[in-house]
Design a protein around this ligand. Structure first.
Ligand SMILES: *[C@@H]1O[C@H](CO)[C@@H](O)[C@H](O)[C@H]1NC(C)=O
Ligand SMILES: *[C@@H]1O[C@H](CO)[C@@H](O)[C@H](O)[C@H]1NC(C)=O
Length: 235
């Protein structure tokens, strides 16, 4: 009886200590964040099979557009782009004509390239948003190096791609273990925005931005507009 009570007390204490464990929600802040576009190259795109190609194409262009919409400083980098890895999609270059563009000639991990490290340091931002191809190599290697260098790292999982879902899961776990935060493109946008009333361009522009890159969100807005119009007509 006594030992049962002791066990119950120990269990209660253990769960109490779990509840009271300190946690700080380190959120994206658009004044402190920058975007790194890593090796999203047309050749490497062909390796991506954990996300369906049409969806993945939408996500990488949406990722590039997100940096532009929130006016986040951006660094572009490619790996051996005159070889089989291929060039960037032209839409990404068009979104960021003035961004530093580091063409690496050999380094697999972008952080091994001094020009890239200098470009990231010059941004003066603590929070770095990362997506690229492949998740397990270019994204993971760079993110682990960025954590080691003291940055807060936010990887956009659905704008990063690799061979298959297990490879993505294992690399995401490897990054989580290093304190990287793993987000979706939608949650990255919403966390940056925080409040619809503070969205760049106002609520309508924000709705249009989300509707453009998330077809389901477009359906939500379209059905709402249709329903509101019918209500107005009936009234
Ligand atoms: C975002 O960062 C800026 C600059 O560091 C700071 O002034 C502001 O309070 C932060 N915003 C929020 C909502 O935390
Ligand atoms: C609803 O009305 C607005 C403005 O009157 C119009 O621009 C929009 O196209 C309409 N939407 C639908 C789905 O009927």
């Amino acid at each position: 009886m006594f030992s049962k009570t002791l066990v119950a007390a120990a269990v209660a204490l253990a769960s109490l200590s779990q509840v009271s464990a300190a946690f700080t929600y380190n959120r994206l802040n658009k004044s402190e964040a920058a975007v790194l576009v890593v090796d999203i190259q047309s050749g490497l795109f062909q390796l991506v099979h954990d996300i369906e190609p049409r969806v993945y194409r939408n996500n990488i262009l949406g990722y590039s557009a997100l940096a532009k919409y929130f006016e986040l400083p951006t660094v572009l980098t490619t790996s051996a782009e005159t070889g089989p890895n291929g060039p960037f999609p032209k839409e990404i270059l068009a979104d960021h004509p003035d961004a530093p563009y580091i063409k690496r000639n050999g380094e697999v991990n972008a952080w091994d390239n001094k020009e890239f490290r200098d470009a990231v340091a010059a941004l003066g931002k603590k929070q770095l948003i990362v997506a690229g191809i492949t998740t397990d190599v270019c994204v993971t290697f760079l993110s682990l190096s960025l954590r080691e260098a003291g940055y807060d790292v936010f990887v956009v999982a659905d704008a990063s791609g690799t061979f298959d879902p297990p490879t993505a899961d294992l690399s995401n776990q490897r990054m989580l273990d290093a304190g990287v935060q793993i987000l979706s493109l939608f949650s990255t946008g919403c966390e940056l925005m925080r409040d619809w009333r503070d969205a760049p361009g106002g609520v309508t522009v924000a709705q249009q931005f989300f509707a453009k890159w998330f077809p389901s969100y477009d359906n939500l807005i379209t059905s709402w507009l249709g329903a509101s119009n019918q209500t107005e007509t009936a009234a």
